[in-house]
Design a protein around this ligand. Structure first.
Ligand code: HEM
Length: 299
């Protein structure tokens, strides 16, 4: 941080990066804390919204540990919001300011009140599984935007040929689809967030298979991409995405065959967040295609 000529205040580039990282970590952390709410059956620990109960904004004795866990997750929203606003202000007031970075930081910041509202709808609909899924999907989008912001501030964009760039975008789209399918499997499964909450009525086995198949399509595309970027600096990122995805797939099968123990389900969600971040960085490193000079312009 520093004060420049004319007393205008400016954040240093290092501070901007720290705030961008803090926003990414906070958005990733609330995915895991939200999972804890669901997996401990605390989804209706505060039975209404925006108050915790009809009488009070904060949990009281009768609501027990579930009230404390659900309310704790509501409080983490403020941490995510503060981190997002700090990142936005820091970029705005620094030499790092670009329209693209301002947009990324603004979307992350605007996502916080949106998510608070959707969290409220989740409670008010008695944990409707499609709304719970949407709530997670929006957090996934916020993590992806925050991750791209960190990349944009810290890493250099590569330029690959247009075939590789298109395949990279396609692979990322498949990953997003498999994450969505994961939320559908969760909506069909036993961890509803409350013993009285409805399930989506789909067959967990069929949808788990569809989810797993989409992951293998993504893995196959990443193998091709690894070969295509073998001489490019993005190679290490491709290796990271592949190794993390295989480990995440291993956790997926382990939880599927052991009856979805809570510890593995949390690990699977944390793993999904890490895979998403790594894949976003790979996408950022490969999404840009080389601009070829057309033959007729070459003298
Ligand atoms: C890159 C690999 C993978 C990613 C990114 C991923 C991501 C996800 C996500 C985001 C969810 C939703 C969690 C929630 O709604 O709270 C999920 C659920 C699930 N995934 Fe995966 N997954 C992957 C691989 C696999 C594989 C290979 C399997 C094997 C069958 C699997 C089995 C499951 C199951 C059973 C659930 C439902 C858990 C529950 O009911 O709580 N996953 N996954």
């Amino acid at each position: 941080m520093g004060v420049t000529e004319g007393m205008s205040f400016e954040f240093s580039s290092a501070t901007v990066r720290r705030f961008a990282w803090a926003s990414l970590v906070a958005n990733a952390a609330i995915i895991v804390s939200g999972a804890l709410v669901r997996l401990t059956g605390s989804g209706l620990g505060c039975p209404t919204w925006p108050r915790c109960s009809d009488e009070s904004y904060v949990p009281h004795g009768e609501l027990g540990i579930h009230g404390v866990i659900e309310f704790g997750n509501r409080l983490i929203t403020f941490v995510v919001g503060i981190a997002a606003v700090l990142a936005l202000i820091a970029i705005w007031k620094s030499v790092e300011r670009t329209t693209f970075r301002m947009r990324l930081a603004l979307f992350v910041a605007l996502g916080v009140p949106l998510q608070a509202g959707i969290g409220g709808i989740t409670v008010l609909t008695g944990l409707n599984p499609w709304i719970v899924g949407l709530h997670l999907v929006l957090s996934v989008v916020m993590v992806a935007l925050a991750a791209w912001l960190v990349f944009d501030l810290s890493a250099i964009y590569g330029q690959v040929n247009s075939g590789t760039s298109r395949l990279s975008i396609a692979a990322y789209t498949v990953l997003c689809a498999s994450i969505y399918l994961g939320t559908v499997v969760t909506g069909a499964g036993p961890h509803a967030g409350d013993s009285g909450a409805l399930r989506n009525g789909l067959d967990p086995e069929t949808w788990s298979k569809l989810h797993a198949w989409s992951v293998w399509i993504f893995v196959a595309m990443m193998v091709v991409l690894l070969w295509r970027v073998r001489t490019d600096p993005a190679q290490n990122r491709a290796i990271a995405v592949l190794v993390l995805s295989l480990a995440q797939g291993g956790i997926g099968y382990a939880q599927y065959f052991t009856g979805l123990p809570i510890s593995l389900v949390i690990l699977h969600l944390a793993g999904a967040t890490v895979v998403l971040i790594a894949a976003t960085w790979f996408l950022a490193a490969t999404a840009k295609a080389e601009t070829r000079t057309s033959a007729r312009f070459v003298s």
